[in-house]
Ligand binder design. Structure first.
Ligand code: NDP
Length: 298
């Protein structure tokens, strides 16, 4: 069997177009959506991510404000900037690029963002809302994964076993909660899991979010499974690869996402979607849309 490819670039283009339409409609009413992106320090990968996010905003008609600060920025200074952005009516979403330099407490910084502007969905209020099944902003990477499942017709996951490898607050845990909400029976694996392959081989839907190049081999995958590879790893030759051994696993899986060109582009598209949704919430919906679910449930 050769797996069908889930093309994250094409699907992200589709969602970015839909975001652009909503942004244009809001702008026509005098409410152009705005996203503030804060980068502290000079981590090269973060610089690329931030540049891509700002560029994507421009293409979707979203106003973006990029603030870059040296790694010497103090926590008080950063919190003061966030407070100012919380109060700025032209800004509907605030994103602080992670990781932050070690002297800054990431959780304290995230908690300083007004929950209604927390378009990353990392604030404890948004994490709690997701936990109780009433998500306000879904974290962008898991949200993108759910959109990919929706795209291939896997919306109702009742009777399916989903395995998430990785339990971070930004990917693994929210991913597991969204899969649970979609009806899947969910197992979360992590570095303390014994016999990882025993678990992954049971997965109808397998999400790898670890950060270890090609650690998921073909012998760890159930034939026909949907494999979503969140990992982004840079190899010594400079090329990117995922957590899944793509060439081997595509011979076993039913569906698979590539790296690059899979989950990554969808993450950015979902950031834009959350931003336009945040803007929409501040101004209300046009009469024709009242009652419609603009939150776009997975
Ligand atoms: P973290 O480092 O925060 O989490 C990694 C997780 O993997 C941890 O829960 C860890 O377990 C687990 N883990 C580590 N080693 C093993 C192992 N041998 N077996 C099983 N589990 C293991 O990473 P993130 O969640 O932030 O990111 C994961 C990957 O996804 C990275 O490659 C990152 O670059 C990528 N990423 C991609 C995005 C995209 O848009 N495509 C967005 C965000 C991240 P434990 O908790 O026990 O330590």
């Amino acid at each position: 069997m050769t797996a069908q490819l889930i093309d994250g670039v094409a699907l992200a283009r589709h969602w970015r177009q839909r975001v652009a339409e909503r942004a244009a409609a809001l702008a026509a009413r005098g409410h152009r959506p705005g996203l503030a992106v804060i980068l502290v320090g000079d981590d090269p990968a973060s610089q690329v991510y931030v540049r891509n996010k700002v560029k994507a905003c421009g293409e979707a008609g979203i106003h973006s404000l990029l603030e870059t600060y040296p790694a010497t920025l103090t926590e008080d200074e950063l919190l003061a900037r966030i407070a100012a952005l919380n109060a700025d009516p032209a800004i509907h979403g605030i994103l602080v690029q992670l990781p932050l330099p070690a002297h800054l407490n990431a959780q304290r910084v995230i908690e300083a963002i007004a929950p209604e502007k927390d378009v990353d969905g990392f604030h404890v209020a948004n994490a709690g809302a997701l936990l109780v099944g009433q998500p306000a902003f879904r974290p962008c990477t898991p949200y993108g994964c759910m959109k990919m499942l929706e795209h291939i017709g896997r919306t109702d996951l009742r009777g399916q076993h989903a395995i998430v490898v990785g339990r971070s607050n930004i990917v693994g845990k929210p991913m597991a909660l969204l899969l649970l909400q979609a009806g899947a029976t969910v197992t979360i694996c992590h570095s303390g899991t014994a016999d990882l392959a025993h678990h992954t081989r049971q997965a109808d839907v397998l999400v790898a979010a670890v950060g270890k190049p090609r650690m998921i081999g073909a012998d760890m995958v159930k034939p026909g499974a949907v494999v979503l590879d969140v990992g982004i790893n840079r190899l010594p030759d400079g090329k990117l690869c995922g957590d899944v051994d793509f060439d081997a696993v595509r011979e076993v899986a039913g569906w698979i996402t590539p790296v690059p060109g899979g989950v990554g582009p969808m993450t950015i598209a979902m950031l834009l979607l959350n931003t336009v949704e945040a803007a929409q919430r501040t101004v209300g919906r046009p009469p024709s849309a009242v009652g419609a679910s603009a939150t776009v449930r997975p």
